[in-house]
Design a binder for this molecule. Structure first.
Ligand SMILES: Cc1cc2nc3c(=O)[nH]c(=O)nc-3n(C[C@H](O)[C@H](O)[C@H](O)COP(=O)(O)OP(=O)(O)OC[C@H]3O[C@@H](n4cnc5c(N)ncnc54)[C@H](O)[C@@H]3O)c2cc1C
Length: 560
């Protein structure tokens, strides 16, 4: 892929359309044909039904294919492919259901490849890989921009569940249409049609007919077939737990080096980085890149090389008393694996405020993306925390909020935040820093309406009518599920390599004559990378670096 994908807005419309719908040369088509088969198509023949689980890839050599989105009794035309053009978008790589329908609108001939054949093609032919991957990514971006999905969300901006569902689909790069109960006059008609009451919101209409009332992320993933191609029984070379920057980097390197890799992710690819509006210090992106864009690219890259990623399911247990290890998923299937990479990162520390959970998603947020920013346009907001993520959130929110208050316990930002962010905060008249200040109470009915903060030196308490608080303070490692399988430090971060003392290894019964590799835990063949690791640097670049380094040690362990 070239960097033109990174900034599609900079492409002229014509160039962008050419990249989205390229015409292949006869020589390129002959190379594709070597991986599949040529066959005739008849006018009107449905080549891919919308919602189909098995989705082939077609190159038109003669005739024409129409791509459309069925909508009730009608069809909305999305694209037309003539000779030299090909069907498909990013979903073919992930093995998810088809979002659109493909039908021959003129008799002719196509080259047909199944998913496996297409994967082999993109992994072995770099020129065609670039053309096809770029077209797939741009087509998905276009489907998202036009809401050409198979999902309709009926919800309200004042409802925490609606924000969660929108966030889940957005962070998984799945297009959807949104009907706002509070503003859309036709919504009652839609609700009546599917016999749901407003109390059921958010309601998700999946693939046109399945109605889910306030669904969990897993229910949504199942309905949309996010995980259908996963085989839980197959022995893996490596299971990666967590699809943040560390886990995705490990997956890309493992899969590209021929390892059989499965990634398990509780929510959506990207981890903490996915909730960042703009990462400005990641090498190679001088104008910054949103966490969402970085995660989407890395996820696609991992899938291109053949990594499988389970979405909306968690690793709940590691069986560590025998090898091969098994990783239990949501207290259900156990995946056998020769090695494990723990890349479960960290979560924000939640302050001990009594009714905090009541307002989560309804005034209390743990990420500051475009979606949350839209909810507080023109309003006052509070950002709690003094690290880089808090600084970034404050600067980002200051573009649309009326006023941004940053609350920090300490006396200043110098010890915890990068200098470039401190300067932006100091120079921004919309942002006000409150040192030695802690949030003390939250009030409201269904949504946060007001709050109080307290000066921890003077004890003075101030009450403010503020409806939005962003928590970006401190991290606790996501290691509870490991249940003592590996040695951790006193804060629960996993110890690796030289940080493990002889005594700790003796207590953990380290069985080998060699010491643990760099990033290897107290269990042979089990590694930890990124923010979850004791001594981890808490940066995207270091998480990516550690994720990729582990793979060279995985190879060594597999040879042992
Ligand atoms: C808002 C924000 C802005 C930031 N900005 C920057 C920046 O500009 N530059 C920079 O360098 N760093 C930045 N950071 C820090 C950076 O994002 C993190 O250091 C990095 O994401 C750590 O990557 P990771 O893969 O180790 O962990 P994480 O990103 O925390 O990812 C861990 C993943 O594991 C999943 N998971 C957890 N438990 C389980 C389980 N049991 N089963 C399955 N999956 C599980 C989680 O859902 C998550 O997706 C920012 C962080 C935030 C929150």
């Amino acid at each position: 892929m070239t960097d033109t994908i990174a900034t599609p807005a900079t492409l002229t419309l014509t160039a962008r359309i050419k990249q989205m719908f390229p015409t292949l040369t006869p020589e390129q088509m002959a190379r594709i044909a070597a991986h599949g088969r040529r066959r005739r198509i008849e006018n009107g023949e449905v080549l891919i039904a919308a919602g189909a689980e098995v989705v082939p890839f077609f190159v038109v050599t003669l005739g024409q294919i129409e791509i459309s989105k069925p909508s009730g009794d009608t069809e909305e035309l999305v694209a037309v492919h003539g000779p030299g053009e090909f069907s498909g978008e990013i979903q073919i790589l992930s093995g998810r259901r088809a979002l659109v329908q493909a039908r021959a609108s003129e008799a002719g001939e196509v080259i047909e490849l199944d998913r496996e054949q297409l994967m082999t093609l993109v992994q072995t032919d770099s020129e065609l890989s670039e053309i096809i991957m770029r077209a797939f990514i741009l087509r998905r971006v276009e489907l998202i921009a036009h809401g050409f999905g198979d999902v309709v969300i009926i919800g309200s901006d004042h409802c925490a569940g609606t924000l969660r569902v929108k966030e889940f689909l957005t962070r998984n790069g799945h297009p959807y249409s949104y009907v706002d109960l509070d503003h859309d006059a036709h919504v009652q008609e839609l609700l009546d049609r599917f016999q749901v009451s407003p109390a059921d919101v958010p309601v998700l209409i999946c693939r046109g007919d399945v109605v889910l009332r306030n669904p969990s992320n897993l229910q949504i993933a199942e309905c949309l077939g996010f995980n259908t191609v996963i085989d839980h029984t197959r022995m893996r070379d490596v299971v990666v737990v967590g699809a943040g920057p560390a886990g995705l980097a490990a997956a890309v390197y493992a899969a590209s080096e021929g390892l059989n890799v499965l990634v398990i992710e509780t929510n959506a690819p990207g981890g903490q980085a996915g909730s960042s509006s703009k990462i400005e210090n990641y090498l190679g992106f001088p104008t910054g890149i949103s966490g969402q864009a970085l995660a989407a690219r890395a996820h696609t890259q991992a899938q291109k090389f053949g990594a499988q990623v389970i979405i909306a399911q968690s690793a709940t247990r590691l069986t560590c008393d025998r090898r091969p290890y098994t990783v239990e998923i949501d207290n259900g299937p156990r995946v056998p694996t020769r090695t494990v990479i723990i890349a479960t990162g960290a979560e924000y520390r939640k302050p001990a405020i009594e009714n905090l959970s009541r307002f989560e998603g309804a005034g209390i947020y743990y990420g500051a993306t475009f979606m949350e920013a839209q909810l507080c346009v023109g309003e006052e907001v509070v950002v709690v925390g003094g690290g880089n993520s808090a600084g970034q959130a404050a600067v980002f929110l200051a573009q649309t909020a009326r006023r941004v208050h940053i609350l920090i316990r300490s006396g200043g930002l110098a010890a915890s935040m990068s200098r470039y962010l401190i300067r932006r905060i100091e120079e921004n008249p919309v942002i006000e820093l409150h040192a030695h200040t802690e949030l003390s109470s939250l009030e409201g009915d269904h949504h946060l309406e007001s709050l109080s903060w307290r000066n921890n030196r003077t004890g003075d308490v101030e009450r403010h009518t503020i409806r939005h608080v962003f928590f970006m303070a401190g991290g606790i490692p996501s290691t509870r599920w490991l249940n003592g399988c590996v040695v951790c430090d006193d804060k629960g971060f996993i110890k690796t390599g030289h940080d493990l003392s002889r005594e700790e290894l003796a207590v953990a019964r380290w069985p080998l004559s060699r010491p643990p590799h760099l990033l290897e835990t107290s269990l042979p063949g089990v590694f930890a990378a990124g923010d979850v690791r004791s001594g981890g640097i808490k940066r995207v670049a270091s998480a990516v670096g550690e994720g990729s380094i582990t793979i060279s040690f995985v190879h060594q362990v597999l040879r042992e």
